[in-house]
Design a binder for this molecule. Sequence first.
Ligand code: ADP
Length: 281
Amino acid sequence: NLSRHTSPINGNKTIVSKTTIKITPQKPFYRPIAKEIEVFEHAYKNKLPILLKGPTGTGKTRFVEYIAYKLEKKLITISCHEETSSTDLIGRYIIKGAETIWINGPLTKAVKEGAIIYLDEIAEARPDVIVAIHSLTDHRRELFIDKLGKNIKAHQDFILVASFNPGYQKGFKELKPSTRQRFIAISFQYPSPQIESEIIENETGIEEALAKKLVHIATKIRNLTELGLTETVSTRLLVDAAKLIHSGLPKRLSVKVAVVEPLTDDLEITNALTDLCDLMI
Ligand code: ADP
């Protein structure tokens, strides 16, 4: 299922970008938060690209997996990082024996086969990625492959989905308004306590009372804006803590390693948060 996609040598560095191609065999558990399923289905019907905005760990990836399953479409996910280039997405020539052959990249495959392409953290990718998807995100719905001098029309089932984390304070990239305006945007936030606790129970099998305590801890930490954390407690961290508890690790230790430690390296804040959590779990 997991293919490593290797770019040509750039200087002396080989760039590797992670691509996952998935036909989801089982229905993923996804707890809707608002009208996102309905919005996606209508956007899909109208061939409109979709941007999922929100902090990390709020269910964006799970949502796309769920939608792909529901619509019975193949899902191709690309985790974008600062070296992800249009070549990684579109394809390249490789030398095989005495021949040079063209290999389609994941985006080209998705465009041809009518899959859902999910560009996770699109703002992290190199600017040529944004340029490459331009003609796919408007009425043209075509991909230009410059190395082949060819335009490919997108399959009618093809759709482009991207995610973007607008919450970062420093050091992370923004998405230009001209790019953002090519997408329908759905916002992901931390769910309400009731829903979040349901998600944790469903994902891990821990008891309701314990799930509620974890959500309570998260709510408390999320409100401590004075700590200046770059990112605060996500549903993912709570699910991880619940998994550790469910498998038998002591509760306090589970919360410390799954919730507190991933948030900060500042010793003072770590100690303060650990004390807080110890009182609450
Ligand atoms: P993101 O892509 O936003 O970083 P993920 O989709 O990977 O986040 O979500 C992280 C984890 O949180 C998931 O693996 C799942 O356990 C849980 N989760 C978050 N939101 C939901 C939801 N609405 N329904 C089901 N699980 C969720």
